[in-house]
Write a protein that binds this ligand. Sequence first.
Ligand SMILES: [Zn+2]
Length: 43
Amino acid sequence: MAVWKCQSCGAIVEGRCKPGKCKSCNAPRESLEKQPVEKKDKK
Ligand SMILES: [Zn+2]
């Protein structure tokens, strides 16, 4: 699972692969920036 943040509206989109567009504002995929996912529950 990866997380992308829309640079246009700030929405967080989760998915296994990069979404085609923002689900919230329909911004193109170029507006989605991959976010680092922190897993604190795993050592
Ligand atoms: Zn958006």
